[in-house]
Design a binder for this molecule. Structure first.
Ligand code: NAD
Length: 251
């Protein structure tokens, strides 16, 4: 197979690599020939996958610093670790709010700035962060989730500005609805998979691979002039707003 992506031999760190989208990203990069280090707070699920696994809590600065020291050389960082916590803003528990921001936003900053020097030392590379359409479209009763993703999209753009002169690109991918262990609780309810799929122009929710292929593209030299971008990967879902407007004669 031709090495279209051109990432064979690159060293890639993937946070959240133990599950869902992060796991799919780690596998996609490995399939494209990269040397992948899958990082997770709970790396037990990585046993037997053939991927190199490292344990790290990305919300813990000392843990992340130590991870970067252990890993050493790096060309690509994919940030896919994440958590959800429920709660309306009027009553969300501030401990839950802070815990979510600590992983979904501060954790992405800690890994980005800890690995940037190693990436710069190799002549440049790529940061790819998994954001969400919830970062541009607020999701009710989800505590700090939408705010964390909105801030991540802007933080990625700021990283693109600050790290661009060192040859480092920074981009986000914003998935729509993806069936993963994080969201399995919804899909386990009869009918939800079909109803969610029916709301998407492409007629289905995403598999983690649908997101991972776009992450791999952004991580590769094929996206060498793409930085500060947010690529929405939602099957067209966020373009459906006008479909809700009754318009007699135009149905
Ligand atoms: N599933 C979806 O529908 C969806 C949609 C949009 C965006 N996302 C985003 O995609 C990313 C991956 O989500 P997923 O659905 O694959 O979830 P997931 O729960 O399947 O995987 C997340 C992984 O992150 C790890 N993790 C959590 N906190 C961590 C920490 N502090 N340090 C290290 N690892 C930690 C978990 O152990 C888990 O393996 C998240 O950022 C999520 O917000 C998911």
């Amino acid at each position: 197979m031709s090495d279209w992506l051109g990432i064979a031999g690159r060293r890639a760190v993937v946070t959240g690599g133990g599950s869902g989208i992060g796991r799919a990203c780690a596998e996609a990069l490995a399939a494209a020939g990269a040397e992948v280090i899958a990082v997770d707070r709970d790396p037990s699920a990585l046993a037997g996958t053939g991927l190199a696994a490292e344990s790290c809590d990305i919300s813990d600065e000392a843990d992340v610093t130590e991870l970067a020291r252990r890993v050493g050389a790096c060309d690509i960082l994919v940030n896919a670790a994440g958590i959800i916590r429920p709660g309306a803003l009027s009553e969300v528990d501030i401990a839950d709010w802070n815990a979510l921001i600590a992983v979904n936003l501060t954790g992405y900053l800690l890994t980005s700035r800890s690995f940037a020097p190693a990436i710069a030392e190799r002549g440049g590379g790529a940061l790819v962060h998994v954001a969400s359409i919830s970062g541009t479209h607020p999701q009710a009763n989800s505590g700090a989730y939408s705010a964390s993703k909105a801030a991540l999209i802007l933080m990625s753009q700021q990283l693109a500005l600050e790290l661009g002169p060192r040859g480092i690109r920074s981009n986000t991918v914003s998935p729509g609805m993806v069936r993963t262990p994080m969201t399995e609780q919804y899909y386990a309810v009869p009918g939800v998979t079909e109803r969610r799929g029916a709301a998407v122009p492409l007629g289905r929710v995403a598999d983690p691979d649908d997101i991972a292929d776009v992450v791999a593209f952004l991580a590769s030299d094929r996206a060498r002039y793409v930085s500060g971008a947010d690529i929405v990967v939602d099957g067209g879902f966020t373009t459906t707003m006008m479909s809700w407007v009754p318009r007699p004669g135009f149905e």
